[in-house]
Write a protein that binds this ligand. Structure first.
Ligand code: SAM
Ligand code: ZN
Length: 284
């Protein structure tokens, strides 16, 4: 069982779930939205009035997923997490967006699925589409509203990279998967609209970011090459907040279809044994 905790002024007492509200023992109360999710974002956690991904990006990414373009990524994630759910447990997806990937993973595994995102538009679409899973609006760069060691597996799929929090939230024999875009991800499209396909290898950097608290296990690649029409290409651009540069618009408009590589590195970690649990206050 996953326990939500109360984010009001560093209260962090467990929240009791009622039909309409979540309440801690000192009486802080958080409404359950009509769609079933809970917004636990505190004023100081927001960078803007309406933080996280906007509707355009959220919906473009959903259409991309519905075209099967996250299929290889989902298959690779499923293979890695499957052995971890021979017994009961929960999985947290931080930066879950519209929830498509979390939902797809729960279809082949028997875990309790939780998704967190900063974007209200993302969580609303997730909760509307997949009401059987649990959805929370919160900032993954800050303390997250869950009790210690709540999760067996934690995913960050091109999402926030908050090593101390992920360590706190994982069981000691849990698993962390950090998926980042591989250097050749959408290289053809980037070359068309940006005039350059260069990208750094982020997977090595992840070993530095997480190495102190996690032991690196392996890095896997999930790659598919697809022929896409203009609508699909447009959605890829919108999903990555990548506008078409001035001067590149004509090149983009001239393209009917294009072969594009979609490619992620899955960097896989386990918690270092005996790491002292630290209460972290990020961003303060
Ligand atoms: C590139 S999208 C990836 C979405 C999803 N994981 C996927 O692969 O389809 C990054 C997501 O992280 C969310 N995000 C960005 N910063 C965040 C933060 N500090 N806390 C929680 N979510 C965040 C965005 O709103 C967006 O949904
Ligand atoms: Zn409280």
């Amino acid at each position: 069982m996953v326990t939500l905790t109360c984010p009001v002024r560093d209260c962090w007492r467990p929240l009791e779930a009622g039909p309409q509200t979540f309440r801690c023992e000192v009486g802080h109360s958080h409404d359950r939205a009509r769609r079933g999710y809970v917004n636990l974002l505190q004023p100081q956690d927001k960078r803007s009035v309406d933080p996280g991904d906007r509707r355009l990006a959220v919906e473009a990414r959903r259409r991309t997923a519905e075209r099967g373009l996250t299929g290889e990524l989902i298959r690779a994630l499923g293979n890695v997490i499957q052995p971890y759910f021979s017994k009961r447990g929960a999985l947290l997806d931080v930066g879950c967006g519209d929830g498509f990937i979390l939902d797809a993973l729960t279809k082949t595994n028997s875990f309790e699925g939780w998704g967190v995102d900063l974007s209200r538009e993302g969580i609303e679409l997730a909760a509307r589409s997949y009401p059987n899973l649990d959805w929370v609006i919160a900032n993954g760069d800050r303390r997250l509203p869950f009790a210690d060691a709540s999760f067996r597996v934690l995913l960050s799929i091109t999402g926030p990279k908050n090593a101390p929090e992920y360590r706190r939230l994982l069981e000691t024999d849990g698993l962390l998967i950090v998926a980042v875009s591989a250097p050749d991800d959408q290289a053809e499209l980037r070359e068309l609209v940006l005039g350059a396909a260069h990208a750094s290898d982020r997977s090595r950097r992840m070993q530095e970011v997480f190495g102190e608290l996690f032991e690196w296990r392996e890095t896997l690649e999930a790659r598919q090459t697809v022929n896409l029409d203009r609508a699909a290409l447009r959605d890829l651009l919108d999903g990555a907040y990548r506008g078409v540069r001035h001067g590149a618009k004509e090149r983009f408009d001239a393209v009917e279809t294009m072969v594009v590589t979609l490619s992620h590195s899955l960097v896989i970690f386990t918690p270092r044994p005996g790491t002292p649990k630290r209460r972290v206050r990020l961003g303060e």
